[in-house]
Design a protein around this ligand. Sequence first.
Ligand code: GAL
Length: 366
Amino acid sequence: MKKLLLLVLALVMVFGAYTAAFAAAKKIGISMPTQSLERWNRDGQYLKAQFDAAGYETQLTYSDNKNDQQVNDIDNMISWGADLLIIAAIDGDGLNTAMNHAAEAGIPVIAYDRLIGNDAVTYYISFDNYTVGVLQGKFIEAALDLKNAKGKVFNIEFTAGDPADNNAGYFFRGGFDTLKPYLDSGVLKVISGQTEFQQVATAQWNTDTALARAQNILGSYYADGTILHAWLCNNDSTAAGVTQALESDYAGSNAVIVTGQDGDIANLANIVDGKQTMTVYKNVANEAVVTLEVAKALLNGKVNGEELAKSFSVECAYDTTSYFTSPGHYTPSFLLVPTVVTKDNLDYLVGTGLYIKGEDGYLKAK
Ligand code: GAL
């Protein structure tokens, strides 16, 4: 009898180990848009590290900002046997063939940071993108003390992101809507007259494109000594172009308020040096941890969005009414909260564990 019990116990242990090993073999495909924009390198590495540490098998690709390559990368992950796809889209409307393949294969998809315009999206995990823009607008409102303008007029320009990036419109509208009352009252003026998203957008968030447009605006509208007070840039790679243009092509002696987003290393140095005024930081470590927990729940077949969002150690809202992949098809979303960083709170970034501060006061990626 004793021998039988020992045999049963041994079999249970072997089966249990096999089951655990089999469960750990779940495959996660992680598709990032490019390595040419700093933040995606951090996102990709952090996501892979989280899932590897949790015992999953992962594939991580970067598609060089080429939509066709990203479709191919995702299809390859489907052929590989991915159990879950995590995708930060280059073009939110350019992935339908791969997304339809995922749906046909019954593979859930997490749209990471950027929404994908296809109903095969299972969950959207990002930051509140409209709020990113609002934070930029409110920063300028406070820095210029627009509420107490008392007849003073301030000049501002705008630089938005990639029209193919679903986030870019939200960022722009958040900032523009925040400042619109001042534009309507005449307290704020856009001397270039460029106030429509398509006029101020920057393909692929490209720094050189933002630089060229800023140089053109400064040369055309500010060469006569007109003072520029602020330039609302929706992210750091475009802010890098604008700050270069201000250095080379702006004759004014005043420091122009320049906003950004992402906490890119070069931009943090510009913030220390006073060339950029703020960045909106989105903690990629938190975004990756939330993604891991949602993925685990998804793969275990039980996701209670409200409960899951409350269980996170970081602030995260579960939202089912803000984002949709097609008219009426709302996407359950987990939205984290962005943070304003200036030269006065750079230590907040050190506290995330993702940055270190050198003796020279400049931040470096950890
Ligand atoms: C957006 C992203 C931002 C911004 C941009 C550049 O979609 O949410 O962080 O940096 O892409 O990649």
